[in-house]
Design a protein around this ligand. Structure first.
Ligand code: AMP
Length: 212
């Protein structure tokens, strides 16, 4: 299955992506994680992406499309995948459709619907594992040991772009650039909406239901 998870920053896509991928027996990827990985290894791509990410702006389409297409082309991803955070612009959506046109296209696009006020609260309490990138939340899903990842034991940190000013800009950019992509997939008939303002396990159930 080829599954795309869409929704505003903080809507919980990352929390669900790896779980759904495990269930479906495929790999998952987050375009934001690919950029952060490049940033931490100080690659040319990471250096290019850094200034956009710091401001909460989107990285230019050509660079982003290349990066995600390279991931899709890896042989272990040919049977299917879960992608979180891509496509976010119409150009990215069209590039993805073209890429998958010979293999039946995207099977499901799931939109995570959450009111804006909840998003700010969620993002400001989010903590990420510095090693495996799993997300936690100070209030909603705290780790068992303070500041330590439940999965690999490494330290948690707050992303620079989860700080209030950048969060507001990320939400504006999302409304401007990504809402048209939701209409694009709605027209294709593949889009399913879930109420992602619920708790993690309820959202997981809703997600399973729309992927059935
Ligand atoms: P995320 O972890 O999904 O919130 O992404 C973090 C940052 O990476 C975003 O604010 C953008 O700067 C960049 N980014 C991630 N995915 C994309 C994308 N599909 N298009 C453009 N920029 C992206």
């Amino acid at each position: 299955m080829k599954i795309i998870l869409m929704g505003p920053p903080g809507s919980g896509k990352g929390t669900q992506a790896s779980h759904i991928a495990e269930m479906a027996g495929v790999y998952s990827v987050s375009s934001g994680d690919l950029f952060r990985d490049n940033l931490s290894r100080n690659t040319e791509l990471g250096q290019l992406a850094q200034s956009f990410m710091e401001k909460g702006e989107y990285v230019p389409d050509d660079v982003t499309i290349d990066m995600v297409m390279n991931w899709i082309e890896e042989p272990q991803h040919s049977d299917g995948f879960v992608i979180d955070g891509f496509p976010r612009t119409l150009a990215q959506a069209e590039a993805l459709d073209e890429k998958l046109s010979n293999t039946g296209g995207v099977d499901r696009v799931v939109f995570f619907d959450v009111p804006e006020d909840d998003l700010v609260q969620r993002l400001s309490g989010r903590m990420i594992c510095s090693s495996c990138q799993r997300p936690f939340h100070k209030m909603f899903s705290p780790p068992q040991r303070e500041n330590c990842c439940d999965y690999c034991g490494e330290a948690l940190y707050q992303r620079e772009d989860d700080k209030p000013d950048v969060v507001r800009n990320r939400l504006h950019v999302y409304i401007r650039e990504t809402e048209p992509v939701i209409d694009y997939f709605e027209k294709s008939g593949n889009l399913r909406r879930i109420d992602a303002s619920l708790g993690i396990s309820e959202v997981r159930e809703a997600l399973k239901e729309v992927l059935r």
